[in-house]
Design a protein around this ligand. Structure first.
Ligand code: SF4
Length: 127
């Protein structure tokens, strides 16, 4: 009764036929740390940041670039211990009429944790 069926789960479901962007389409490069280590990632609409600096006030992961005057995350991949501060940064960011340009995404579910203005975990970037 040996089962030699090697099921290679390639997860090729592509249901983004409506043109919406999945979080997994962004910033998941080959050098990303394992999900178990860093379950969350930051997607940053840097082109919409206007340098208000609120993120850097509430989160160590965010700093202001003196040259550009805009924000930068120190790390795009974060663990549970860094989650709260990055959620705070996402929620206080006033860009895009308060919708925010810092997006915290759960890599396990591919859902936006914050700011999640749509309330459904969909990625709220508008590139
Ligand atoms: S709070 Fe938003 S707009 Fe302000 S510096 Fe940070 S990312 Fe940019």
């Amino acid at each position: 009764m040996s089962d030699t069926n090697t099921n290679t789960d390639t997860n090729t479901s592509e249901d983004d036929t409506d043109g919406s962007l999945n979080a997994s389409d962004v910033g998941s490069s080959a050098d990303a740390p394992p999900i178990a280590e860093k379950p969350y990632k930051i997607i940053f609409e840097a082109n919409k940041c206007f340098g208000a600096g609120r993120c850097a006030e509430v989160a160590d992961n965010w700093e202001m670039d003196i040259t550009s005057g805009l924000a930068n995350p120190k790390s795009f991949f974060i663990g549970e211990d860094e989650l709260d501060e990055n959620i705070r940064a996402a929620e206080v960011c006033p860009a895009k009429k308060d919708a925010g340009v810092i997006h915290v995404v759960d890599r396990r579910t591919d859902e936006e944790v914050a700011p999640d203005p749509n309330g459904d975990g969909s990625l709220s970037v508008d590139w």
